[in-house]
Write a protein that binds this ligand. Structure first.
Ligand code: UDP
Ligand code: GLC
Length: 390
C-alpha cells in the first residue's frame, strides 16, 4: 500500500528542491498532500499534476528569517514556528509521515511531528557546513532536531550527507538519494524547434554558452561574464531569476556586463519553464557556483540535453561529472580556466560531442526518476513500517 505523506516546503517559487519535490509528490499524488508556506508558481505546477496542495502562510517573523540568523529575530520566529507547527500538525492527522523538503519546513515539521505524534523525514538539499550560508545557531537547531525528532534524513548527495555528519548529525539517520530527471522533455525536441528558438534569441550560427541557475551570488554568474569578456564572438544565455531576494546581484550582473563591454553578447532571459529547449540551443552548459553545490540538477539536465557541461569542481558536482569523460571540471570562481575550457570546446566540436554523448549515457544510467522514486519510497516505507510496529 502506498504511504500517505504530508510534504512540507517553505517556498512558493520553483527552485531545484521544489522541482525535485514536484516529481516526488506527483508519484504519491493519490495518497498525499503538499503544504506550502508561501503561494506561487510551485502550487500551480503541483495542481496541474493533480497533487493536493494547501497553503499555510508563514507569518512575517518566520518567512523573514534569513539563513544568516540574528537572535532577536530568531526569538520572534520561534513563536511563529510553534503556531505554524500546530497548523501542520492538524493537517498531518490523516497522514503516516511528515516529509520536509526544505530547511525552514524541517524546523516547523519537526515540531509538528512532535505535536501530532507522526514520524518526520527531512529531505536535506543544503550543505550545512558552508560558512556564511547558515548561522551557527540555525545549524545547531537543525542538527539537534534532526538527531532527536527526525526518523530519517535523505541527503541529495554524498557531499550533503557528509556535511550533515561533519556538523554533528547522526550518521545512522542519513541516506543518500540523488536527484533524478525525466529525460522525456529533452528527447522529444525537433531540430526545427531548436533552430527556430535560436533565430528568435538572435544566436543562430553564433557560438553560445548558457547558465541555467537562479541569479544569486553563490551561483556565480559573474564568473561566466568575466570568462565571456576573455572570449571573442561568444554569446551567453543567462537563464534564471533572483528567486530568494537577490535582486541586487541580478542588477549588478547587468552592470558588470556593461562594464566588461559585453552587453550585446549577454542575453538575460529571466525565469523560464522551457529549460530543455534552451539547453538544446547552446553549445555548452556552464555551471559556475563559487561555493560548493549540494547537487546541481542543471548538470544532469545539460547532460540529458546532449550538451557538454563545464562545472565548478566542488560538492555534489563530483558525484555527477567525471572530469574529462562526462564533462569538464574547473576550479570554482576561476574565470580564466572557464574561458579556456569554453574556447577549447567551441573549437573542437568532436571533443564536445564525445563528452556530451558520454554525459548523456551517464545521466540516463545514474540519475533516473525511477531511481529517485525507488530511493524515496524505500526510505518512507522503512520509516512508516517501523513507526507502525511501534
Ligand atoms: N530552472 C528553471 N528555470 C530557470 C532556471 C532554472 O526551471 O529559469 C531550473 C533548472 O532547470 C533546475 C533548477 O531550476 O532544474 C535548479 O536546480 P539546481 O539543483 O541546479 O540548483 P538550485 O537552484 O536548486 O540550487
Ligand atoms: C538545492 C541545491 C541544489 C540541488 C537541489 C535539488 O536547491 O542548492 O544543488 O540540486 O536542491 O536537490
Amino acid at each position: 500500500m502506498k504511504p500517505r505523506i504530508l510534504f512540507t516546503d517553505q517556498a512558493g517559487v520553483l527552485g531545484g528542491g521544489e522541482l525535485s519535490l514536484l516529481d516526488i509528490a506527483s508519484h504519491f499524488a493519490d495518497t498525499s498532500r503538499v503544504v506550502l508556506f508561501a503561494d506561487g508558481l510551485f502550487r500551480e505546477r503541483l495542481e496541474q499534476r493533480g497533487v493536493p496542495v494547501s497553503i499555510c502562510a508563514a507569518p512575517a517573523e518566520v518567512s523573514g528569517v534569513s539563513r544568516a540568523g540574528g537572535l532577536t529575530k530568531d526569538i520572534k520566529a520561534a513563536v511563529g514556528v510553534i503556531g505554524l507547527a500546530r497548523e501542520v500538525a492538524r493537517a498531518a492527522r490523516d497522514y503516516d509521515v511528515i516529509y520536509a523538503n526544505s530547511q525552514k519546513a524541517f524546523i516547523v515539521s519537526a515540531v509538528a511531528g512532535k505535536f501530532a505524534c507522526k514520524p518526520v523525514i527531512w529531505h536535506l538539499r543544503d550543505l550545512l557546513d558552508q560558512q556564511g550560508e547558515f548561522s551557527r545557531l540555525h545549524r545547531l537547531v537543525a542538527i539537534r532536531l534532526a538527531n532527536h525528532l527526525c526518523a530519517r534524513v535523505i541527503a541529495n548527495s554524498r557531499a550533503t550527507a557528509d556535511a550533515f555528519v561533519a556538523c554533528g548529525g547522526r550518521p545512522d539517520r542519513v541516506r543518500v538519494v540523488h536527484n533524478g530527471i525525466d529525460p522525456a522533455p529533452f528527447q522529444r525536441l525537433t531540430a526545427e524547434e531548436i533552430g527556430a528558438l535560436r533565430q528568435q534569441l538572435g544566436v543562430a550560427g553564433v557560438p553560445t554558452v548558457g547558465v541555467f541557475s537562479r541569479l544569486a551570488p553563490w551561483k556565480g554568474q559573474h564568473v561566466l561574464l568575466e570568462a565571456l569578456s576573455q572570449l571573442s564572438g561568444v554569446h551567453a544565455l543567462l537563464v534564471g531569476d533572483a528567486l530568494f531576494g537577490e535582486q541586487g546581484y541580478a542588477e549588478g550582473l547587468r552592470e558588470l556586463a556593461a562594464q566588461l563591454g559585453i552587453t550585446e553578447r549577454v542575453h538575460f532571459l529571466g525565469f523560464r519553464q522551457d529549460i530543455p529547449q534552451l539547453m538544446s540551443v547552446v553549445d555548452v552548459v556552464a555551471h559556475t557556483s563559487v561555493t560548493p553545490e549540494p547537487f546541481g540538477r542543471v548538470l544532469v539536465e545539460g547532460m540529458l540535453a546532449r550538451r557538454p557541461v563545464v562545472a565548478a569542481r566542488a560538492g555534489g558536482v563530483l558525484e555527477i561529472v567525471e572530469d574529462g569523460v562526462t564533462g569538464v571540471l574547473v576550479a570554482p570562481g576561476d574565470a580564466r580556466a572557464l574561458a579556456a575550457v569554453l574556447r577549447d570546446l567551441i573549437a573542437n566540436p568532436d571533443k564536445a560531442r564525445a563528452l556530451a554523448e558520454a554525459g548523456y549515457a551517464a545521466a540516463i544510467r545514474q540519475f533516473s526518476i525511477e531511481a529517485l522514486l525507488r530511493g524515496v519510497t524505500e526510505q518512507v516505507s522503512e520509516v512508516v513500517v517501523r513507526t507502525q510496529r511501534g
